[in-house]
Design a protein around this ligand. Structure first.
Ligand code: AMP
Ligand code: MG
Length: 331
């Protein structure tokens, strides 16, 4: 884990807190991905987040809080399951969707009567939230639909001077977005897979959770196309990666392969980026590898899908959405 040294952290937190209190936007590290943070109770700051990201106004933002007690300030009703999950997994990569309190600005919730809450585990994010004592809306610090940033440099490449400050907290330790659980309507329902698995949630609640969003659920992370690099992404079974790469190379494309296997072919148009065969490590590497493939001017990224166990299911979800929701390609 590489986090900024404590001495530099304290001054970063003070500076970030001052900017956020003025309604400015600050990129912050979390353990999942970097967030583009603004005061969630300041409608102008929230609108500025939507504008900078180019995100449609009806796509709700997650409100980040620094203490469990703050749930009461945002939720109209706090079901027992929310307290059980918050006690078990906060601070951590789990977002809870709850009925919104009447005074929650509807610009944050994209007009919905529910609000998404999370307490992040990154020490700088937590320290900043507790220093401010206010909720921060903080969607991933990338332009709408593109690859989430997992280090401070990615944010600067994405937004340049568009963001008042980037708090540098090192590389994200989880690397993909939080698990989202909807508790606003009876049974718990997973809206987005992440590092906290359905099995962990079921063990905590002693109850079954729905693994899929209800048909028609409005939640932008559910869009078939999301997390997209510039290059076209093609997902394959691990043993099909080489053949799939050959297929695209034969058509004259520059191909970048992301696979845990060793490269067994040479081609001027081929870059083979080895990734971990451990799903947690792959999650941590994933977005940086997609950005690297873009930097290498790949036309096509051939990505070997990991097994669906544990966080592997969430990695598969992100890769499929990066591929635009298309089916697995078989050469
Ligand atoms: P991002 O912060 O860009 O990773 O996106 C936030 C995710 O949280 C999106 O997938 C949203 O749909 C989801 N989200 C935020 N608020 C709500 C809500 N009130 N109901 C359902 N999903 C939400
Ligand atoms: Mg995002």
């Amino acid at each position: 884990m590489s986090h900024a040294r404590p001495d530099t952290s304290a001054s970063q937190i003070e500076q970030a807190a001052a900017l956020l209190a003025q309604g400015r936007l600050v990129a912050i590290p979390t353990e999942t991905v970097y967030g583009l943070a603004g005061d969630a109770r300041n409608p102008d700051a929230v609108r500025a987040i939507f504008a900078l990201k180019g995100r449609p106004a009806d796509h709700p933002l997650i409100v980040h809080i620094g203490t469990v007690a703050e749930i009461a300030a945002w939720a109209a009703r706090v079901p027992p399951a929310a307290m059980e999950l918050a006690s078990a997994f906060w601070p951590g990569p789990l977002t809870l969707v709850l009925p919104a309190a009447p005074d929650v600005p509807r610009v944050v919730t994209g007009g919905l009567d529910t609000v998404a809450l999370r307490m992040p585990a990154h020490p700088l994010a937590l320290a900043l939230l507790r220093r401010l004592g206010r909720g921060l809306a903080a969607p991933s610090a990338n332009r709408y639909g593109r690859v989430s940033p997992t280090c401070a440099r990615h944010v600067r490449e994405e937004f340049g001077e568009g963001v008042a400050m980037v708090v540098d907290g090192g590389a994200c330790t989880i690397g993909i977005e939080s698990t989202i659980v909807d508790l606003s309507a009876g049974t718990a329902r997973i809206l987005r897979p992440g590092a906290i698995t359905p099995e962990q949630i079921e063990r905590c609640l002693h109850a079954a959770v729905e693994r899929q969003p209800a048909p028609g659920t409005r939640s932008p992370g559910l869009k078939a196309s999301h997390y997209c690099p510039r290059a076209r992404v093609v997902c394959t079974a691990p043993d099909q990666a080489a053949a799939t790469a050959a297929h695209w190379l034969a058509r004259g494309h520059r191909v970048c392969v992301l696979s845990p296997a060793a490269c067994d072919q040479m081609h001027a148009g081929l870059v083979w980026l080895r990734v971990s065969d451990d799903a947690s490590t792959l999650a941590r590497q994933l977005y940086a590898k997609l950005r690297q493939a873009d930097d290498l001017q790949a036309d096509v990224i051939v990505a070997a899908l990991p097994a669906a166990a544990g966080i592997g299911a969430a990695v598969r979800d992100r890769l499929r959405r990066a591929a635009g929701g298309g089916e697995e390609f078989r050469a």
